[in-house]
Design a protein around this ligand. Structure first.
Ligand code: SAM
Ligand code: 2KA
Ligand code: SF4
Ligand code: MG
Length: 243
């Protein structure tokens, strides 16, 4: 169920640069061609000292093991605890139990999700929903993609109505169609005051990152609907060599 628990600096999205503890769940129903989690298969590893990158493997990881691990990784600069993956909402019941205990202990809760499961999502203090594009998959049928995108918007809407601080993120590649991203910006602006993070893909295999020109064009196109509620975030942790 759980791959790893570790402390690092948030490298993506609206809260880039803040100190986080990451609780990473295993498994995902999607296969994004750029996914940087695909190839990692360890389980139940917990960082020994915050930010050390040194791990120990626990025999099992039930709720109290997770809570203890988070407590042990708490640092004075901690901003929030991220539930990520893989796709964390595959374990929504377990996460709900853990999140309730963490909330009582004064932690902020953060969800990093592909938005595929609106029926499973519940209140998180902050939620990042990663909107997928057709080109993020080797192959996906038109109607399959439309269903996926509709669920993602539903998840965002549900979190917005729960008063979560929800924002969206979209990974941009060299061949990304500006019109596709513009449509996302329009759909988000129809829901409410939601920030869109434009995240250039970190090259993975033969996937190329987008040109500067493309990034400016996409930002400006989104600004037509979202005004200044659009930002560009790179996977900062990778440039810092952090987890
Ligand atoms: C590994 S996923 C796990 C959470 C959830 N399944 C999702 O897709 O958001 C976390 C984030 O990593 C980012 N990501 C993964 N590989 C990336 C890459 N090669 N370049 C840029 N971002 C990447 C995606 O934006 C995604 O939101
Ligand atoms: N430092 C750091 N920041 C992150 N933001 C989102 C991540 C993720 O894999 O969910 C991630 C991650 O894996 N590491
Ligand atoms: S949804 Fe997230 S975890 Fe799943 S393949 Fe895509 S980026 Fe990776
Ligand atoms: Mg990551």
């Amino acid at each position: 169920m759980i791959k790893e628990i570790f402390s690092s600096i948030m490298g993506e999205g609206k809260y880039i640069g803040r100190r986080f503890i990451f609780v990473r769940f295993a498994g995902c129903p999607l296969k994004c061609i750029y996914c940087d989690e695909e190839s990692k298969s360890y389980l139940n590893r917990v960082e020994k000292i915050p930010g050390s990158g040194e791990f120990e493997t626990l025999k099992n990881m039930d709720v109290e093991d997770v809570v203890n691990a988070v407590d042990k990784l708490r640092t004075p600069d901690l901003f929030a605890v991220s539930f990520t993956g893989g796709e964390p909402l595959l374990y929504s019941k377990k996460i709900k139990e853990i999140a309730e205990i963490l909330k009582d202990k004064g932690y902020r809760t953060f969800l990093e999700s592909n938005g595929l499961f609106p029926e499973k999502v519940f209140y998180f203090d902050i939620a990042s929903i990663d909107i997928k594009l057709k080109e993020h998959f080797e192959f996906i049928k038109d109607n399959e993609y439309k269903k996926l995108y509709k669920k993602e918007l539903e998840t965002i809407k549900k979190l917005y109505n729960l008063n979560s601080d929800v924002y969206a993120k979209v990974v941009i590649m060299e061949n990304t169609d500006i019109e596709d991203v513009k449509r996302i910006a329009k759909d988000l602006s129809d829901i409410g005051d939601i920030t869109l993070c434009i995240q250039p893909v970190t090259p993975n295999g033969d996937i190329k990152s987008p040109s500067q020109r493309k990034l400016f064009e996409i930002m400006e196109a989104c600004g037509e609907y979202l005004k200044d509620n659009v930002m560009l975030t790179i996977q900062m942790h990778k440039y810092l060599g952090m987890l």
